[in-house]
Write a protein of this length. Sequence first.
Length: 147
Amino acid sequence: MKKLIYILGLGIALLLLAACTSPAPQAGSGSGLAGTSWVVTGYDDGSQNVSDVLAGTTLTANFGQDGTMTGNSGCNDYNGPYKITGSQIGIGPLSSTRKACSDPAGVMEQEAQYLAALANAEVFAVDGNTLELREVDGTVMAKLAKK
């Protein structure tokens, strides 16, 4: 009888312990972003100001079902992992092609600032066809419109 009580107690303890653990980060699927594609409308320029995308360039972000993010940063293509836990997001490390573009003026600076903004994003919010990536303090890292 003591053995049965011990086994039941151990089982209850294991169930309680399992209920107290936080969910593992999701790599894409079920996150609300998985399988979606976006066009960037603004990004943090490194000074906590949202800058418009340069005319003649298109910045994109595609969130794959497999937890991989791909896109174009104005000149180069990029890719890397992303992880979602609730409304938290972690992006990167990102890798990109290494083309040098000079037209329009400032495109390489825009690219560096946009990729830095992605790496600094900590939370996300989707409101209809709009996605915002922010730091925890609320600073906007990027604003995107659904494709």
